[in-house]
Write a protein that binds this ligand. Structure first.
Ligand SMILES: [Zn+2]
Length: 131
């Protein structure tokens, strides 16, 4: 996976290669089938097979804006950090990883460069606020 890959792209890629999961990051069943949540998909696309909490740390290290950006849940209007909303969409609202990836694509920084200075370069989106 290339360094500049966006989170939404990583979720989409991982979702193509694995079955969906709720309530856990990545799980390999006895018959070899790999299941992932939205974040697990991104971690899988990055070539990692990390479980919680290592997978969580990997996501934060690679896409730190997910814990520095507030967003409103598109389904129930709960406001919290992006990381919590992505987990919430997957586990609580039962969104597919593809649908979650599309939502992420609308709120994520458009260039990886923006991550360097997240507080100055917020996306022009009323749902998003820096914290
Ligand atoms: Zn919600």
């Amino acid at each position: 996976m290339e360094d500049h890959m966006k989170l939404s792209e990583a979720i989409r890629l991982g979702a193509m290669a694995t079955e969906p999961a709720r309530g856990f990051f990545i799980e390999r069943s006895s018959n070899g089938i790999i299941k992932t949540c939205a974040f697990g998909s991104a971690v899988y696309a990055a070539g990692q097979l990390l479980k919680w909490p290592e997978g969580n740390r990997y996501i934060i290290g690679r896409w730190p804006w997910v814990i520095h950006t507030l967003v409103k849940c598109p389904a129930c209007r709960w406001i919290t950090i992006v990381m919590e909303i992505i987990i919430h969409l997957n586990d609580y609202h039962g969104w597919s990883r593809e649908r979650t990836a599309f939502f992420v694509s609308m709120i994520e920084p458009q260039e990886q460069v923006l991550l360097e200075d997240q507080r100055k370069e917020q996306p022009d989106n009323e749902l998003v606020a820096a914290i």
